[in-house]
Design a protein. Structure first.
Length: 547
């Protein structure tokens, strides 16, 4: 049985490694569509298809290969070229300039704000439509240190082309469509603050799709949305272009951070909508090599296709997608589809899981009177989180400033994060083997999943956006308890199916946080080890069987 146990654990690790490789391949973004002419290509239903090549041509026309911060002469030329292009596409264009009556309490103080201004564009033939307006937004200024080809030139180019395609058939649209290219985002969201403070469109509380970049590669992630988002997420999340990468966890984490994008100001002003970003390639963020040659064309394709798909779904509907009383818990499955449930379901479902867990795990444990082994299992679970936090902090502190990690994000950071993932799982397995190898496997199974269900209940009350990370494995375990008699096979099935939820999350967290944040990454990696825990119990041919 020892050999069987080792083979089971090895098989689980092989599955996880293969899944990680698959996720890394899948999360590259879609293939680039070629430029087929002025009108562009269409799908069999006649809908236009976004061309990454056309967006790249727009990028080359508008954005220079050197910095163009807000207030500079270089940025004034970008603005003028962008206005000219939009007018060629048939947009009516306004320039909204800062003025003293637009004061927001965040005056730009470096003396270069005399030549700033947002670009606001609309279609005159759509302006009278009764639906709540749709705004496609990004910012066109760069930071002082880099050309901003990714942040956010790629976003602007993709949005401009997507908006052109979206409005090719105005008779199918049910609401006005606006383009907003803000200025001064890099200097404190100045353009967005000015816009929401005084522009009449802001008073209509429009629906916004905002696009930004923290890197130059990888797929676009929908990482933030508005309060009362259930209707919007449930109806629009599966309009994202695959890989559909999103989750309520990202929204919850991001809104707790001091960072901000233009969407921050839109959300504060009561707008509904989604915030999208490229997050890979962060080692080029705000640096001189944020150049077009380093921008992955697949990322631009994914940006524009997403803007066109979601924008079309909104523009062809009269719904305002507002539901202030209901938030959503949502997550994607391997970027293929998005699962969405109302947050109101959270506690009833978790209470049901806890009730079932008490019946099928708790009652047999009480009858067995094996309280010391149960305590050992619970102690193992309790030690994993602080151990991973401490180990992650130690590893990151050892790496930061070294040849391997001279700055928080480096080009080979993904490989460092992968090594950290392997180290964290190895240490977790060592701990579980040390404390559980003399405890009956069935006792470990029952003790672990009982405590897991109780933990899920607590997390659901305190951090509902995170609760699905525990609830999904708990549901899988209950099903496996009744469906699979062999305990090692049962553990392997639950661990592998849980990995389908957890490994893509690990992949994106490693990209977003980087190896400098081991104190956060290691506990997240430790979640992957948790469903493995029963496999480290003692098993023999004479072991009792049951649920």
């Amino acid at each position: 049985m020892r050999a069987t146990k080792r083979l089971t654990i090895i098989a689980i690790f092989i599955f996880c490694a293969v899944l990680e490789l698959f996720v890394a391949f899948l999360y590259q973004g879609p293939a680039v569509v070629s430029d087929t002419g002025v009108a562009g290509s269409s799908d069999p239903s006649g809908r236009p298809i976004f061309s990454g090549e056309r967006a790249l041509a727009i990028h080359r026309r508008i954005f220079p290969d050197f910095p163009h911060p807000a207030g500079s002469a270089e940025n004034a030329k970008v603005r003028a070229d962008l206005i000219a292009l939009l007018q060629e596409h048939g947009w009516t264009v306004e320039r909204q300039t800062p003025s003293s009556d637009q004061a927001t309490g965040d005056e730009h103080t470096d003396g270069n704000n005399k030549d700033q201004g947002n670009i606001v564009a609309f279609r005159s033939e759509l302006k009278a439509l009764p639906g709540k307006p749709l705004v496609l937004a990004s910012h066109f200024d760069s930071c002082n240190n880099g050309p901003g080809a990714g942040d956010a030139g790629a976003c602007v180019a993709a949005v401009v082309e997507a908006a052109r395609l979206l409005t090719l058939n105005p008779e199918s649209l049910r609401r006005p469509v606006w383009l907003l290219c803000t200025d001064g985002e890099e200097q404190g969201l100045l353009g967005a603050k000015s816009f929401v403070a005084v522009h009449p469109l802001s008073k209509e509380k429009p629906i916004v799709l905002n696009f930004d970049a923290r890197g130059t590669t990888g797929p676009v992630v929908m990482f933030e949305t508005h309060p009362g988002n259930y209707q919007a997420v449930s109806r629009l999340a599966n309009k994202l272009i695959r890989p559909r990468l999103t989750g309520s966890l990202f929204t919850s984490v991001y809104q707790s951070l001091p960072n901000g994008t233009d969407f921050t100001e839109f959300r504060k002003a009561g707008w509904q909508g989604f915030n999208f970003a490229l997050i890979d390639g962060a080692h080029r963020y705000h640096r001189p090599d944020d150049r077009l040659e380093n921008v992955d064309p697949r990322s631009i394709q994914h940006l524009g296709s997403t803007a066109l798909s979601v924008g079309t779904a909104i523009a062809e509907s009269t719904d305002d997608f507002s539901d202030q009383g209901s938030d959503a818990i949502f997550f994607d499955i391997l970027g293929w589809f998005v699962v969405t449930v109302p947050v109101a379901w959270n506690l009833p479902v978790r209470f049901g899981l806890l009730f079932i867990a008490v019946q099928i795990y708790g009652r047999p444990l009480i009858r067995s009177r094996v309280f010391w082994p149960i305590f050992r299992v619970w102690l193992t679970m309790a030690l994993i989180l602080p151990l991973m936090m401490g180990l992650g902090w130690l590893v990151s502190r050892s790496l930061i400033g070294s040849v391997l990690l001279p700055k928080p994000f480096v080009a080979h950071g993904h490989w460092i994060s992968l090594a950290m993932w392997g180290l964290s799982l190895g240490v977790c397995c060592w701990l579980m083997h040390s404390l559980l190898r003399r405890i009956e496997l069935l006792i470990v199974w029952r003790s672990f999943w009982l405590a897991h269900a109780a933990t899920c209940m607590v997390v659901s009350m305190l951090l509902p956006a995170f609760s699905y990370l525990l609830a999904v494995p708990a549901m899988l375990a209950i099903v496996a308890t009744f469906a699979i008699r062999n305990l090692l096979l049962r553990t392997a099935v639950v661990a592998c199916l849980s990995a389908v939820i957890l490994i893509p999350l690990h992949h994106l967290l490693a990209i977003a946080l980087g190896p400098a944040n081991g104190m956060l990454l290691f506990p997240a990696f430790g979640l992957m080890a948790m469903p493995l825990l029963p496999a480290f119990g003692f098993s023999s041919d004479r072991s009792p069987r049951g649920i």
